[in-house]
Design a protein around this ligand. Structure first.
Ligand SMILES: Cc1cc2nc3c(=O)[nH]c(=O)nc-3n(C[C@H](O)[C@H](O)[C@H](O)COP(=O)(O)OP(=O)(O)OC[C@H]3O[C@@H](n4cnc5c(N)ncnc54)[C@H](O)[C@@H]3O)c2cc1C
Length: 406
C-alpha cells in the first residue's frame, strides 16, 4: 500500500475507535494509522467518573482488544502525540519524530478539562480534574485518602464525581456559580429533582456562589474564598467543563471557533482533513445554528458519517442527539435538544423518582428528558427519530406506555 493512500487518525477516544471499526469493516484497516497520545488502547470514558472511581478492582474497559487492531491491519502509535500537521506535504509529525504521510487525515482529538487561571500550571497534590485514564487513577487514590471533597462545578461530571464520592462515605460539597445545577444542559424541573436527590443523599450543594481566591501553601490548596468566607479544602475537584482540543488544527490553519469547523460530511476547510467527536463543530441539521456536543452518541455517529465520506458516499450528519448521566441512583437520559421557547409537560413514572419531561415548540415534540425512566427514553428516541409528535395530553398519560405512540 502506498503511503499516499494512508488514512491517519489523530486521537484515541470513542470517535477514533468507531471510525477504525467502520474503516476495518469496509476493508480499509491496512491503510489506517491510529495516533494515540495516551498509552492505553481506546477505552470507555464514561465509567471514569462512576464505577471506576469506586474501587481499585475496577479496570479500564478497552473499546476493542489489541488483537482486533492487529487483525484489522491497523497500525497503532500509542503514547505518541501528533505535534504538527503539514497540510502542503500532507504529513503529520509525531512527538517521537515519526512522520506519517496521509491521503486523508481525521482529527478526533476530543476535549480537555477547563482549568482555572488561578490554578493553571500548578501541580497541586490535592487538586484534581478528570478527563482521561491517568486523571481517573490519580483521582481514585486521592478520593480514597480524603474524608472531605469539594467539587467546583455542578455540571454532569462534577455531579457524577460528587455522587460517587458520597457513595464512598465522603463528606461532599458542590459549589456552583450559576443559580441552578446543570444550567446549560437540563430543564429547571429536572435540575430541581437532581438537586433534591443529591441533598437527600447528604451532599451539600451551594448555588449562586462566588468563588474567589485560592490559598496555596507548598503544593496544596489549603482553602478558598466562597462568597467572601474562608472555606478549608482537603481535596478539590474541578468540574468546570471542557474545551475542544483544536490546537493542532488551529496551528495548521484550519477554520476553528468553538471547535474545528466541519460541514455536514465532517470535512474541515481542507477537503483532505476531517474532524469528529468532541473537537468538531458541526451545522445543526435541525436548525440554522452550529453545534459542538460532548457525548458518546455524537462521537460514534459522527465517526459513521466520516466513514461514509471517506468511502465517497454523501451521507450528511443528521443523527438525533442523546446523552445519559449516572449520579448515584439517579439515571438521567436526554433525547433531542432543548429550546428556550419550548413548553414543558411532565409524564409521571412508576415512582415519584421516575418521570420524563417532554419539550414542545408549538405542537412539535423536540426533546425528552427522563429520570429513572429508561423505557420512556427509548420510546422518545424512536418518536423523535421518526419526527412523531403525539399531543402532550396523550404522551403524558402515564397509563399508556410512551412507546404506544411510536
Ligand atoms: C469522565 C467522563 C465521563 C463521561 N460520561 C459520559 C456519559 O455518561 N455519557 C456520555 O454520553 N458521555 C460522557 N462523557 C463524554 C464522552 O466520553 C465524550 O463525549 C467522548 O469520549 C468523546 O469522544 P472523542 O473521541 O471525541 O474524544 P475523547 O474520547 O476525549 O478522545 C480524544 C483522544 O484524543 C487524544 N488526543 C488529543 N490530542 C492528541 C494528539 N495531538 N495526538 C494524539 N492523541 C491526541 C486524547 O488523549 C484522547 O485520548 C464523559 C466524559 C468524561 C471525561
Amino acid at each position: 500500500m502506498s503511503e499516499s493512500g494512508n488514512i491517519v487518525v489523530i486521537g484515541g477516544g470513542h470517535a477514533a475507535a468507531q471510525l477504525c471499526a467502520g474503516l476495518a469493516e469496509a476493508g480499509l484497516g491496512a491503510r489506517v494509522h491510529l495516533v494515540c497520545e495516551e498509552a492505553e488502547l481506546p477505552y470507555q470514558r464514561p465509567p471514569l467518573s462512576k464505577a471506576f472511581l469506586k474501587t481499585e478492582q475496577e479496570a479500564l474497559q478497552p473499546l476493542r482488544a489489541e488483537a482486533w487492531y492487529a487483525t484489522a491491519g491497523i497500525t497503532l502509535h500509542r503514547a505518541d502525540a501528533a505535534v504538527a500537521i503539514d497540510r502542503a506535504q500532507r504529513s503529520v509529525r509525531l512527538r517521537s519524530g515519526t512522520a506519517l504521510g496521509y491521503e486523508q487525515l481525521v482529527l478526533a482529538t476530543g476535549a480537555r478539562v477547563r482549568s482555572l487561571p488561578a490554578l493553571a500550571h500548578a501541580t497541586l497534590s490535592n487538586v484534581a480534574a478528570l478527563r482521561g485514564a491517568a486523571d481517573a487513577q490519580r483521582l481514585r487514590a486521592q478520593l480514597h485518602a480524603a474524608a472531605r471533597v469539594t467539587v467546583l462545578g455542578g455540571g454532569f461530571i462534577g455531579l457524577e464525581i460528587a455522587a460517587t464520592a458520597r457513595a464512598l462515605g465522603k463528606q461532599v460539597t458542590v459549589l456552583e456559580a450559576a443559580p441552578r445545577l446543570l444550567q446549560r444542559s437540563v430543564s429547571p424541573e429536572l435540575a430541581e429533582h437532581v438537586l433534591q436527590t443529591h441533598r437527600a443523599a447528604g451532599i451539600d450543594i451551594r448555588m449562586g456562589v462566588a468563588v474567589g481566591e485560592f490559598e496555596v501553601q507548598g503544593d496544596r490548596v489549603e482553602a478558598l474564598q466562597v462568597d467572601g468566607m474562608r472555606e478549608a479544602v482537603e481535596l478539590l475537584v474541578l468540574g468546570i467543563g471542557a474545551v475542544p482540543e483544536h490546537a493542532l488544527a488551529t496551528e495548521a490553519g484550519l477554520n476553528c471557533g468553538n471547535g474545528i469547523e466541519v460541514d455536514a460530511f465532517m470535512r474541515t476547510s481542507d477537503p483532505h482533513v476531517l474532524a469528529i467527536g468532541d473537537c468538531a463543530n458541526v451545522p445543526d441539521s435541525r436548525g440554522s445554528r452550529r453545534l459542538r456536543l460532548e457525548s458518546v452518541q455524537n462521537a460514534n455517529d459522527q465517526a459513521r458519517t466520516a466513514v461514509a465520506t471517506l468511502l465517497g458516499r454523501s451521507e450528511p450528519y443528521s443523527a438525533l442527539p442523546w446523552f445519559w448521566s449516572e449520579q448515584g441512583g439517579l439515571r438521567l437520559q436526554m433525547a433531542g435538544l432543548m429550546s428556550a421557547d419550548a413548553e414543558r409537560f411532565r409524564r409521571a413514572g412508576a415512582t415519584p423518582a421516575s418521570f420524563s419531561i417532554l419539550h414542545y415548540v408549538g405542537d412539535r415534540l423536540l426533546c425528552v428528558e427522563s429520570a429513572n425512566a429508561p423505557l420512556d427514553h427509548l420510546a422518545a428516541r424512536k418518536l423523535l427519530e421518526a419526527g412523531k409528535s403525539p399531543a402532550p395530553a396523550l404522551a403524558c398519560d402515564a397509563a399508556v406506555p410512551l412507546k404506544a405512540h411510536v
